[in-house]
Design a protein around this ligand. Structure first.
Ligand code: ZN
Ligand code: ZN
Length: 586
């Protein structure tokens, strides 16, 4: 072979290698980016909830609480009280309809704030978004005319204007503090709690009011001419405000969540050896409708999914209007049956006679003609009858439901969404519906026992003499506790990992048993530290039994590679006869 040809071939092979490398890297980076996007790792976040202090209900977001305040406690958004006529008096713009003025005031914070500040408000609240009356008004006042602006937009107010409910709360707290000392039945802090529970308020509104009250109380007490409270009373006031603050923050924090970060390197290693087959472990072999979930997501993803679900659903809203699909297509189906059921021009009509024509009468068997038009008319009447029939029946049914209050879904379902509450996703993806812990434990134990029957993790023996170099002794020690040395361990631990993935609530206890004759010296410790310090920094050597501990951690490392989180595994070192590692679930 000529040198030129060899060169060409080598170059070609290099190119192919490089393309493959690029594809692999691109895939890995994409997956990792996806992982990082979904799982913002390494962060400790406070989980907040939005509480209605009046009835102790929790909501996932501010909008949910706002809707509840409106529906249950009659609190409307501030801008709604300045919807008067069709002109915005803050920016002097004519919108030609109430609905459009409302759209404007909802969007323009500076306009609505200005109106509230100037007292240009009304007691008559317009019907809210989504209500039938608003739709009616919208249709009645519909106009294509463009808004006409005469003035300019007002400047944004520096300081947020307080809502009526916030002001009332503030005034009532002031009142309580003002009359303090004159015949009290209840401690001040209890009275504050009562006021917090009395109004439909958002958390930050309560805080703002409390902050202002505290600042004002300090100022008043600091002025020797005023000084409304005695030293002891003032202490009680300050304590009560602080208690109220703590009450509010305790009611609105749910706890903290720490997510685990993965570097790109460790992510790539995990994905490279990932046994994708093991994810799908619930598929039955026979062709029947499955009754269990197709996938059980790994624990981490299960936790991430409910948290991110809201966002995902927001971008994945697909609107399909039912009436064009069912109504229009249904009517067309009926008409088409009349239109296309001809044999010889429009003259003949087969209907249920199949492909023979309709005879004129029982005695005259010649074909009836010129009935195509009548057939189509009959189909059209049929369509009308069906609409009337279905409309009347469902009208009666829905009216009855409406009258008995069963037509609307309850608030909780509305919040969470019909899909999640009533339809199949919880069953299809086993979201938050993994079997209960006891059930998992029972089945997991049984399966683990089956896998472990007659088997155990085996280790090789290595002997060394004291004349060996320290490095080679360390190496041999590490090999002696290394479970990856034996092929059968890989098979066995894959099965153990599959069980742990299937039952995400279980933890694995690794009991390293050894007789207590293993020696510990600086070489053992060095070998152990070099081997495990990076992977298990929080598990320093158990000096009684370095080998047993090494075996346990080596198994742990293999299971981590199989995708099991380290915090789902517990190490235990036991000094007893024999030398093995026992695995149990709990
Ligand atoms: Zn409430
Ligand atoms: Zn305006």
């Amino acid at each position: 072979m000529s040198p030129e040809r060899i060169k060409r071939r080598a170059r070609k092979r290099h190119q192919e290698d490089f393309v493959k490398y690029k594809v692999d890297e691109a895939t890995s980076v994409c997956l990792w980016t996806l992982y990082r996007t979904v799982n913002e790792g390494g962060k400790t976040e406070e989980v907040r909830r939005y509480k209605c202090f009046m009835c102790d209900k929790d909501f996932k977001n501010r909008a949910g609480l706002g809707a509840h305040h409106y529906k249950s406690h009659g609190r409307w958004a501030a801008y709604r009280q300045c919807v008067v006529g069709s002109i915005c008096r803050a920016c002097e713009t004519e919108f030609w309809s109430v609905a459009r003025l409302e759209d404007h005031l909802r969007a323009s914070h500076s306009c609505s704030q200005q109106l509230i500040k100037q007292g240009l408000c009304t007691k008559v609240i317009q019907p809210g978004y989504g209500s039938r009356r608003r739709r009616q008004v919208e249709i009645e006042q519909f106009t294509p005319a463009a808004p006409q602006r005469a003035g300019s937009a007002p400047a944004r107010l520096d300081e947020g204007h307080w809502s009526w409910w916030q002001q009332t709360f503030y005034q009532e707290v002031c009142q309580v503090l003002h009359v303090m000392g004159e015949e009290e039945e209840m401690p001040i802090s209890a009275q504050l709690f009562q006021l917090i529970r009395k109004h439909p308020l958002f958390e930050e509104e309560i805080r703002e009011a409390l902050d202002r009250i505290e600042a004002e109380a300090n100022a008043l007490q600091g002025d020797p001419d005023v000084q409304p409270w005695s030293e002891q009373q003032f202490r009680i006031v300050r304590e009560a405000v602080e208690l109220a603050r703590q009450f509010v923050s305790a009611a609105t924090t749910q706890g903290t969540v720490t997510t685990e970060a993965m570097t790109r390197q460790s992510f790539r290693d995990t994905v490279k050896d990932y046994d994708w087959q093991s994810v799908v472990h619930c598929c039955p072999d026979d062709y029947v409708t499955r009754s269990s979930s197709l996938f059980i997501l790994a624990e981490g993803w299960e936790a991430v999914w409910p948290a991110e679900r809201g966002e995902l659903l927001n971008i994945a809203v697909v609107k399909v209007d039912a009436s064009p699909v069912h109504g229009f297509c249904g009517v067309w189906g009926l008409l088409a049956a009349g239109l296309f059921d001809w044999g010889k021009g429009f003259d003949h009509y087969h209907a249920w006679n199949g492909f023979s024509c309709k005879p004129v009468s029982d005695t005259d068997s010649s074909c009836m003609t010129a009935i195509g038009g009548r057939a189509i008319a009959a189909q059209a009447i049929m369509a009308l009858v069906i609409i009337l029939w279905a409309g009347t029946l469902s009208g009666v049914a829905f009216f009855a439901l409406k009258m008995t209050g069963k037509l609307r879904i309850d608030e909780e379902t509305e919040e969470a969404g019909m899909d999640l509450k009533q339809h199949s996703p919880p069953k299809a993806y086993a979201i938050g519906q993994a079997p209960p812990k006891e059930k998992q434990l029972e089945q997991g134990k049984e399966e683990l026992e089956k896998v472990m029957t007659g088997k155990t993790v085996v280790f090789n023996d290595y002997s060394w003499s004291h004349s060996d170099s320290q490095e080679s002794i360390e190496k041999k020690m590490q090999q002696a506790w290394d479970a990856t040395e034996r092929e059968e361990n890989h098979v066995l631990l894959k099965e153990v990992a599959a069980i742990l993935k299937k039952y995400p609530s279980l933890t694995l206890r690794l009991k390293g048993i050894s007789s207590g004759r293993g020696q510990n010296n600086h070489i053992t410790e060095a070998a152990f530290t070099k081997d495990f310090e990076k992977d298990f920094p929080s598990e320093p050597l158990d000096k009684r039994e370095p080998y047993a501990h090494g075996r346990v951690l080596s198994i742990k490392r293999m299971l981590v590679k199989e995708g099991i989180k380290a915090d789902r595994m517990l190490s235990e070192i036991v000094v007893a006869s024999g030398s093995k590692v026992e695995m149990t679930v709990e």
